[in-house]
Write a protein that binds this ligand. Structure first.
Ligand code: FE2
Length: 378
C-alpha cells in the first residue's frame, strides 16, 4: 500500500505559488466581540463592507472572478465564527467608505433611485435609510420548535415522491428547489409561482387515465405544500416578525406597501390559496432538501432586503459559508439566519443526515415594480 501524502502547503520559506495562495484560507480578524450574557454575541469583523456585487451588473461570472481575484480559497475550509450553536449572533463589517459609496451612485445614492420618480417620497427615504444595514447577518437560535419541524418533515415525506420540480439551477446546487409563493420575475405584475401551482406539462398529450392520475398527484402535492406553508405562516412567521421589527426595522414601510399592493392585485388567487401570503415579511420561499453547495449570489433577491433561512432535519454540522466575511456560520436545525444574500456570496455545507431548507425572500423586481412602477435592476 502506498503512503498517503498530505498536500504540500507553504511553510514560510520561498515564494508562494498562486495555487498555494488560492488554497490558503483568508483570515479575517474580529475587530470586536461583545457578549450579552449567554444569549447573544455581537461581532464586528475587521473586513471591508461587501460591495463586490452591489452594482447594477448581474452576472454569474462575477462570483468566480471575485473568488480568484481576492483569493477566497475554499469556502468550506473557513473557520467557524462561533462554537456555540445556541446563542444569537449579530455580525457586521466595517462601514462603507466614501469610495465604496460612490460605486452605488453620486452622493452615495443608488443610481436607480435618482433616475426614477417615486410615487411616494416616504418610500424613497425608507429605501435610502436601509441601504447600509446595521447587521449583515443575524442568527437566532431555536426559532422553529422540534415539534413544528417534525410535522413539516412528515408532510414533506408524504408528498416528496410526487413533487414536480423545475430544472435544477446548476450554478448553485446539484439538487432542485421549489419556489413557492409570489414573485414578479420576468413579468410586469406579481403572480403565484409555477411551482406553487404544480402545473401538469403538456396535459393534452396524456391519456385520460394518465391525466386523471397526474391530477390526483397534483392535488396531493398542492394540499401538502399548503399544509407546510400554513405551519410556517402560523408558527414561524409570528416569531420572526417581532425579531425583524426589533433588529431590522428599516424596510417595514416599503414591505407593507408591497404587501398591500400584492393583496389587492392577487385578491382572488390568495382567497383560494391563503397560505401563500406570508404577511409581507417575505413573498417567496425556496424550498429544497439538501444544500446549495456552490458559491453563488442570489441575484433575484432584493438588494435592500434580508433573506431569512431556516433548516430542519437530523443533519450534523450545517454551516453557511461566506468568504467575504471570512467565516462559516453554524446553522443548526431550528435556528434562523437573516442574511443579505444579494450582497454576500455564499454556499452551504452539512454533514450526514437530512436537511430541509427554507429560504424566504422578496424578489427584486417585485419591489422595483411596485415601488417605482417601473422596471429596475436593484
Ligand atoms: Fe443562495
Amino acid at each position: 500500500m502506498g503512503r498517503h501524502r498530505k498536500p504540500r502547503t507553504h511553510r514560510g520559506k520561498g515564494p508562494v505559488s498562486t495555487l498555494q495562495k488560492q488554497q490558503r484560507p483568508r483570515k479575517v480578524k474580529l475587530r470586536s466581540v461583545q457578549n450579552f450574557g449567554h444569549f447573544a454575541q455581537m461581532i464586528h469583523l475587521a473586513v471591508r463592507f461587501p460591495d463586490e456585487f452591489a452594482s447594477g451588473r448581474r452576472d454569474r461570472k462575477l462570483v468566480s472572478e471575485a473568488a480568484s481575484r481576492l483569493h477566497w480559497g475554499a469556502p468550506t475550509s473557513l473557520p467557524d465564527i462561533c462554537d456555540d450553536p445556541n446563542i444569537s449572533l449579530f455580525i457586521k463589517t466595517d462601514d462603507p467608505t466614501p469610495a465604496q459609496l460612490k460605486r452605488f451612485g453620486p452622493g452615495g445614492l443608488p443610481r436607480w433611485l435618482l433616475r426614477r420618480e417615486f410615487k411616494n417620497n416616504l418610500w424613497r427615504e425608507a429605501l435610502l435609510r436601509q441601504q447600509w444595514p446595521k447587521w449583515l447577518v443575524m442568527r437566532f437560535a431555536d426559532v422553529v420548535k422540534p415539534e413544528t419541524q417534525q410535522r413539516i418533515l412528515s408532510i414533506w415525506d408524504r408528498i416528496k415522491p410526487f413533487i414536480r420540480y423545475p430544472p435544477t439551477e446548476l450554478q448553485r446546487s446539484r439538487s432542485p428547489a421549489l419556489h413557492l409563493g409570489i414573485w414578479s420575475l420576468y413579468c410586469l405584475w406579481p403572480y403565484i409561482t409555477a411551482d406553487s401551482l404544480q402545473k401538469i406539462p403538456m396535459a393534452h398529450k396524456l391519456s385520460a387515465a394518465s391525466l386523471k392520475k397526474a391530477r390526483e398527484r397534483q392535488k396531493l402535492v398542492i394540499e401538502g405544500l399548503d399544509e407546510i406553508l400554513g405551519i410556517v405562516r402560523a408558527e414561524v412567521v409570528p416569531v420572526l416578525e417581532p425579531l425583524m421589527r426589533e433588529h431590522a426595522p428599516e424596510g417595514d414601510q416599503v414591505q407593507s406597501a408591497i404587501h398591500r399592493r400584492v393583496r389587492r392585485l392577487l385578491r382572488r388567487e390568495l382567497r383560494l390559496r391563503p397560505n401563500l401570503d406570508f404577511g409581507g415579511l417575505f413573498f417567496t420561499i425556496a424550498l429544497k432538501e439538501g444544500c446549495s453547495e456552490f458559491l453563488h449570489i442570489d441575484w433575484n433577491d432584493c438588494l435592500h432586503r434580508f433573506a431569512i433561512i431556516f433548516c430542519m432535519g437530523d443533519y450534523d454540522n450545517g454551516e453557511f459559508c461566506t468568504p467575504q466575511l471570512g467565516h462559516r456560520i453554524p446553522l443548526p436545525p431550528g435556528a434562523v439566519l437573516v442574511v443579505r444574500t444579494r450582497l454576500l456570496a455564499h454556499c452551504a455545507v452539512s454533514g450526514a443526515g437530512r436537511r430541509l431548507v427554507f429560504t424566504c425572500f422578496t424578489d427584486s423586481s417585485l419591489l422595483a415594480r411596485i415601488v417605482t412602477g417601473d422596471y429596475a435592476f436593484l
